[in-house]
Design a protein around this ligand. Structure first.
Ligand SMILES: C[S@@+](CC[C@H](N)C(=O)[O-])C[C@H]1O[C@@H](n2cnc3c(N)ncnc32)[C@H](O)[C@@H]1O
Length: 405
């Protein structure tokens, strides 16, 4: 940074930053699309009316020093994120400031020309925490796809909470209660929580996962976003429902049980728990499935139907058998949910070009009241499974057979 460019910035910044700023981002100009972006982020004093003038003046001096050091290291592309709507950009080599405002037209451009739920100007903290918005307040093309996916996902979940809201009034004292089983990095939790914040629906959401590191990260991200009513704890799916910590966190039984890509038969554990606890609504995206593929491999493909599929090649070729096992597993899950009193629909969660595990099973309990396993109509599903030579985990669990058999 030359003396002249530092002088230019020193003259302009006090006026532009009189109410503070969020952060500064110093980046190296990118030479190729594949280059890993090199950048440094410097948190600012915060923005708003309460920011102290003397503190801002001192912070501007520190900012100029840091900007000069970063420029000497090649990080000449510099941005000051003033707030969710305004950014100052300049090249440190000449110090000419440009103000960029995220007006409605620019926001729409970022959103791919469509109105989306998570607008960059009103969901900035959320979009940053889940890695979609860059530190400098932009959404790059490599994140555009994920950005569209989460907006779409929130829209798919919306009918479920709207339905719960029709059944009972959601208030601060009696908020919507969501239990996220096998929450992992909790992206889905954050998507739901941000969508509900925007819809002004009071929420308590509790996420559980067996991995301590993911729970710690989810807690950190929740604090970063500043979303209220979220908590995370290390627990297995099986232990989560009865755990005092879950009850304390939610303040009552869950209205919606969520399981997104819970590995293999962990999806069945989650569905069993949801059904046994009489959860009013379930949102489930199944994960990889190996159980039925193994069982189908042992079935004699040459034996005549019923029992085997009418087309033996479905069992005779490994790839076809795998695809058949996947579809069969999810179809049986849907049948079992229906047999246990749920209304079920299946929608595409994200396009199949992104993941093969792209089914979202949405289930709503038809009746209120205590769960009565004697009323579950499992026999027809059990009979069909036996004829096909399969014994799926969820069926065994609901029939009360020993787990893990
Ligand atoms: C593929 S990740 C999905 C995480 C998250 N729901 C998502 O979609 O980003 C599967 C997660 O399931 C967790 N998991 C697997 N079995 C579990 C169990 N029995 N109880 C709790 N968590 C489990 C794993 O630790 C992992 O974080």
């Amino acid at each position: 940074m030359t003396k002249a460019s530092r002088g230019r910035l020193r003259r302009a910044l006090p006026r532009k930053l009189s109410r503070g700023w969020e952060r500064a981002v110093f980046a190296a100009p990118q030479s190729g699309a594949d280059d890993e972006p090199r950048e440094q982020v410097l948190e600012g004093p915060g923005a708003g009316d309460e920011v102290d003038e003397a503190r801002v003046a001192a912070a501007i001096e520190a900012l100029l020093d840091a900007a000069e050091a970063a420029a000497a290291d090649g990080l000449t592309k510099q941005t000051i994120v003033v707030d969710d709507r305004r950014r100052l950009t300049y090249d440190a080599r000449h110090g000419h400031l440009k103000t960029k405002t995220l007006d409605a037209a620019t926001a729409r451009k970022v959103m791919g020309g469509k109105e989306r739920l998570f607008r960059p100007d009103r969901s900035a903290a959320f979009l940053r925490a889940i890695g979609i918005m860059n530190a400098d307040g932009t959404i790059s093309t490599r994140h555009a796809r994920k950005y569209k996916q989460i907006s779409h996902l929130a829209e798919l979940c919306r009918p479920t909470w709207e339905r719960v809201a029709k059944r009972r009034e959601l208030t601060d004292e009696a908020p919507l209660r969501v239990l996220d089983l096998a929450c992992g990095n909790a992206y889905l939790s954050f998507v739901i929580a941000e969508a509900l914040r925007l819809a002004e629906v009071p929420l308590r959401l509790h996420g559980v996962d067996v991995r301590d590191d993911l729970i710690a990260r989810a807690r950190g991200r929740a604090a970063e976003i500043g979303l209220e009513g979220l908590s995370f704890a290390r627990a297995t799916i099986a232990a989560a429902y009865a755990a005092a910590e879950t009850r304390d966190a939610l303040g009552g039984p869950p209205d919606i049980i969520v399981a997104l890509h819970a590995c293999d038969t962990a999806t069945d554990e989650a569905l069993e728990l949801a059904i046994r606890s009489g959860a009013p609504a379930i949102l489930c995206v199944p994960c990889c499935q190996h159980e039925l593929a193994g069982q189908l491999a042992a079935v004699d493909a040459s034996a005549p139907p019923p029992g085997n599929p009418a087309i033996p090649a479905l069992l005779g070729h490994g790839l076809l058998r795998g695809a058949y096992a996947d579809a069969l597993t999810d179809a049986i899950r849907c049948e079992l949910l229906t047999a246990c009193g749920y209304q079920v629909d299946v929608v595409e969660f994200v396009g199949s070009e992104h993941t093969a595990k792209n089914l979202l099973i949405r289930a709503h309990r038809r009746r209120r009241g205590a769960v009565d396993p004697a009323a579950w109509e499992l026999a027809a599903v059990a009979d069909a499974c036996a004829r096909m030579g399969v014994s799926p985990s969820l069926l065994r669990r609901l029939e009360g057979a020993p787990r893990g058999a």
